[in-house]
Design a protein around this ligand. Structure first.
Ligand code: CO
Length: 134
């Protein structure tokens, strides 16, 4: 079911500082900063040869990463996104196997304009998993 790692998302308290670290200290290629109001985050893409890292800073009052940063004020890995060919088939198999899909279980359009779902971190060893249909 799982394909490539599409991205690893890291929540950060200060995206300018985090971007400078990745660009200047780690020597990575980074995108411009993109505010995604409907997703409640500002994002910078760190483009790597085999995948991307997304640096996420909260945007607006009810950001989905706000509570995470309250618990992890220095930042931390927020989720891993794996690619799937068929997100509805993946959801149906996962729920039949007892895994919990967050929200109502219907895919939403994610930050890349593709359908995504999130799986409960307690079902997957403390890691929030995003599935993205590619
Ligand atoms: Co993501």
């Amino acid at each position: 079911m799982l394909g490539r790692v599409n991205h690893i998302a890291i929540a950060v308290p200060d995206i300018d500082k985090a971007t400078a670290s990745y660009r200047d200290v780690l020597g990575a290629s980074v995108s411009d900063k993109q505010p995604l109001l409907e997703h409640g985050v500002t994002v910078v893409f760190v483009n790597l040869p085999n995948t991307k890292v997304e640096l996420l800073e909260p945007l607006g009052a009810d950001s989905p990463i706000g509570a995470f940063l309250t618990r992890n004020p220095d930042g931390g890995i927020h989720h891993i996104c794996y690619e799937v060919d068929d997100i509805l088939a993946a959801r149906d198999k996962l729920t039949a196997d007892g895994a919990r899909v967050l929200g109502k279980g219907d895919p939403k359009i994610g930050a890349h304009g593709k359908p995504v779902l999130f799986l409960h971190p307690k079902d997957f060893y403390g890691t929030l998993i995003e599935l993205e249909q590619v």
